[in-house]
Every structure is written in C-alpha cells, then in structure tokens.
Write a protein that binds this ligand. Structure first.
Ligand code: VGL
Ligand code: ZN
Length: 197
C-alpha cells in the first residue's frame, strides 16, 4: 500500500506568506494530479500557537533565521508563521484537501518545534503518524511539499529510519535553502536510504 504525504502546502509557505518559499505555489496543481495514484493521501499542517518558541519574536534580541540552543538541541528561529486558525496556516486554496484521508498537525506544543511528520524536534515525541500508516498496512511513502530542506527532509529521514520505503519527488518540493541547507538535506536523505526522484 502506497501513501502520498503532502507536507505543509500552506499559505505562509507560499509567495506572499510569512515564511514564503520561492515557487511554493507552483507545485500545487501537479500535487493534486498525483493524488489519484495512491491508496492514501495524507496532508501535514504546521500548526503553531501564537508566541511559539520557534518564532524569533518570542526571543528578546533575536532575529528570524538566528540559531538558538533549545533543551532538545539547536533550533533555527523563524518569522511568526502558521499560527493556528489564521489564513497563513490554511492550506493553499487550490490544494485538493478534500481528497485527504488524514490531516496531521504538528508544532502545536509551545516549547518544541516539529519539522518531521513523525517526531517533534526532540526526535522522541511521536505525532502518531507511524501508527496510522502501520495499521493501514502502508509500506511505501512518496513525499512532496514544503520545504525540501526542513519539513520534507526531516519527515523523509524519520520515515526511512522507521523502515518505510521513502521517495522524495523533488520536482514537487521547493526549498528555503538557508546557508546551503538544501545540499546538506539531500546528502542526509540519501545517507538515510531515501530515494530522491
Ligand atoms: C517549516 C520552518 C518552520 C517547513 C515549518 O514546513 O519546512 N520550516 N516551520
Ligand atoms: Zn513551523
């Protein structure tokens, strides 16, 4: 059984959004077209409370894209984005969210960020997605969405470590690419056994 995992195709990651990823909106229609080829379609949604600890605005003297040390390790600070219930947190209006079997939200705990669809950034707190996939008999995952070097990367590496067969379809992803983070993500995904298509 094969699932398409659509990562964070939300307004704040598209042009005009608070943490816009260049070309983020270009992938929406081709992702919709791909959905019919899978047994299951799962969407992830970055879903932060106002004042989330990953926001630079929550740290005195810090600016977006600064790095801080959190109890769970290093954390990039972001502009305020994907605040629960806002238009920025909504899926891109053209994304066929109706087709989704499951929408999994992440990043809702105030003190910890969650890039991966499987674990929060402490790498131990689960989101529950693994259990959902296993109980549905899903073994093969194709990942698309935003951003290649953060949420797609962390989700793909975690899924491969958990034993799923993982393909990242790179033409249906777009990257933030902070300080060559895209190249680092690609080599990390390859090392974890992810197929980059
Ligand atoms: C993401 C940074 C912060 C992502 C989410 O979806 O890649 N990046 N929150
Ligand atoms: Zn976020």
């Amino acid at each position: 059984m094969k699932a398409l995992i659509v990562i964070d195709v939300q307004n704040d990651f598209c042009p005009g959004g608070a943490l816009a990823v260049s070309g983020g909106d270009e992938i929406v229609q081709p992702i919709n077209a791909l959905m019919a080829r899978f047994d299951a379609v799962i969407l992830t949604q970055d879903w932060h409370p106002a004042g989330h600890s990953s926001f630079a605005s929550s740290h005195a003297g810090k600016a977006p894209f600064d790095l801080v040390e959190m109890p769970y390790g290093p954390q990039v600070l972001w502009p305020d984005h994907c605040v629960q219930g806002t238009e920025g947190a909504a899926f891109h209006a053209s994304l066929d969210a109706t087709r989704a079997d499951l929408i999994i939200r992440k990043g809702f705990r105030p003190a910890i960020d969650s890039y991966s669809a499987f674990f929060e950034n402490d790498h131990v707190t689960p989101t529950g997605l693994e259990g959902y996939l296993r109980t549905r008999g899903i073994t093969d995952l194709t990942m698309v969405g935003l951003a290649t070097d953060f949420c797609v990367n962390f989700s793909a590496v975690d899924a491969a470590k958990l034993g799923f067969a993982v393909t990242v379809q790179q033409d249906l992803c777009r990257a933030i690419d902070l300080d060559r983070s895209l190249a680092a993500a690609q080599s990390g995904m390859r090392d974890a056994g992810v197929t980059l298509a």
